[in-house]
Design a protein around this ligand. Structure first.
Ligand SMILES: [Zn+2]
Length: 481
């Protein structure tokens, strides 16, 4: 069995990954707050941890990995969207509108992430289904002297955990106070103390608790749900590096104080952020877009995934249109190459080795390119046995599928078999012959425009006409041309 090495944020070193129990390797990843469509940056951790999930399943067996990713469905942003809808005339109570919004957003999320080839985690708990467990954990923290109630709020007392608070992100409490935008409130004993429970108004979602009607703070969710589903010690905790502080520090403080004999998460993995054409993605820069936007523009989910995999997860990933075009061309070529081929039982050892080295997806793709060159050489060496070529192709396909690429499910976009491009090229060639005589080029122009609109590249020379699928090719648009 290949040893997996992972960079552990907690120790700042690349370590051999040894699960607590190889029978049940357990991973928790912080999921989305479900108030709107996932933007492209939200998708990065999904793809990163999907690759890790696939690697763990490959290494330990598909039935021996438990992957949990939560949905935060209680949050001020969801409340704000529901309130806006109510003000715009939507029917129902605010609580119903909040729930509708959450359900709708979860549906979008699963669809969009599925389009990127992400497997669904084994468990996708919603925060609102674990309120009782959160209340129990908060009561336990108060009993143990790590939390206190004040003015309808319950706060975690950072001083009670001062010697460890900040260990993950490598900051001291004093540094954090100096650097962070901490919310100063009269009911806080220390400005760094964070909310475990807060009061709710009558209209907003709320639950009865020993501290009055209210709702949980964000951080306690992950502590309560990971404990319920994975236990007091589990193997891997993941998320974007923007969550390291304060969210993950707070999760550690809560979980370690509530369950002092547990380890909480042994290995912490954090992915770097995403940029667009070299700039931070932001609404103010006008370069903000969702996964859904890209899919609607005809960028296949598989292409997005391929572009993501080209950059190591601990480096900033730059999304560019050029990369997307190149990825599309590569995937078309690879799909044509493996058409009609069944994957081998396992991926190539070099691809597994690259992934096992702290998820070196760029290295794994480089290995796939090397295999492709070998296959091309094999094809031209006609005196070599056909079986050898078939074996190489099967290996290549299994390796790509370990990365979540070239899977049958994701291939529809590249399927050009259903349209006869040669026939279309013939029509355009015939129209050109007629136009040369009649001097009326309107039909030629019409066909050319239709083919371009369908995402085809039109190559016209005196030798003939060729139609080549380009970025965003959509066979459906050829109907009725
Ligand atoms: Zn979390």
């Amino acid at each position: 069995m290949t040893t997996i090495k992972l960079h552990n944020t907690r120790t700042r070193t690349k370590e051999d990954f040894v699960p607590i129990s190889a029978d049940n390797v357990r991973m928790y990843v912080c999921g989305p707050t479900v108030y709107d469509r996932a933007h492209l940056g939200n998708a990065r951790p999904v793809v990163v941890f999907d690759v890790l999930y696939r690697l763990l399943r490959h290494t330990f067996g598909a039935d021996h990995v438990t992957y949990v990713r939560n949905f935060t469905d209680v949050d001020d942003k969801i409340n704000a969207t529901a309130l806006a809808r109510q003000q715009a005339g939507a029917e129902g109570t605010l609580e119903q509108l909040v729930q509708e919004r959450s359900n709708e957003t979860i549906g979008w999320y699963l669809h969009d992430m599925g389009a990127l080839g992400a497997l669904e985690p084994n468990e996708m708990p919603r925060a609102t289904q674990y309120i009782a467990q959160m209340i129990a954990m908060i009561e336990d923290l108060i009993a143990k002297g790590h939390a206190y109630a004040a003015e309808g709020h319950v706060l975690f007392a950072v001083d009670s955990w001062k010697e460890h608070y900040g260990e993950l992100s490598g900051r001291s409490v004093d540094d954090m106070i100096a650097g962070a935008r901490v919310e100063v409130a009269p009911y806080k004993k220390n400005p760094m103390d964070f909310v475990l429970w807060k009061p709710s108004t009558e209209e907003l979602p709320g639950w009865d608790s020993p501290w009055g009607r209210g709702r949980p703070g964000w951080h306690i969710e992950c502590s309560a749900m990971s404990y319920e589903l994975l236990g007091e010690s589990f193997d891997i905790h993941g998320g974007g590096n923007d969550l390291m502080f304060p969210h993950h520090e707070n999760e550690i403080a809560q979980s370690k104080c509530a369950h002092p004999h547990g380890e909480f998460a042994k290995v912490w993995l954090h992915n770097e952020m995403l940029q667009v054409e070299g700039k931070k993605m932001s609404k103010s820069l006008g370069n903000f877009f969702t996964v859904h936007d890209l899919l609607e523009q005809g960028v296949p989910g598989e292409v997005i995934r391929f572009v993501f995999l080209q950059t190591h997860y601990r480096k900033p990933m730059d999304w560019t249109e050029k990369k997307a075009r190149e990825a599309e061309a590569t995937l078309r070529k690879w799909r044509a190459l493996t058409s009609g081929i069944e994957p081998a039982a396992s991926a190539a050892p070099a691809v597994i080795a690259a992934l096992s080295d702290d998820l070196n997806t760029a290295g794994a793709l480089a290995e796939l390119h090397r295999m492709e060159r070998q296959i091309t050489r094999q094809k031209t060496a006609s005196n070599e046995p056909v079986d050898l070529l078939r074996g190489l192709l099967q290996n290549f396909l299994a390796s790509a599928q370990l990365l979540g690429l070239l899977t049958p499910k994701m291939g529809e976009w590249a399927d050009t078999d259903s349209v006869d491009l040669t026939a279309h090229a013939g029509r355009l060639a015939d129209a050109r012959v007629i136009a040369m005589q009649s001097k009326d080029f309107s039909e030629v122009d019409r066909l050319k425009a239709a083919y371009l609109a369908a995402g085809l590249e039109v190559r016209m020379s005196k030798d003939g006409v060729e139609l080549v699928p380009g970025a965003g090719f959509d066979a459906a648009k050829l109907e009725g041309v």
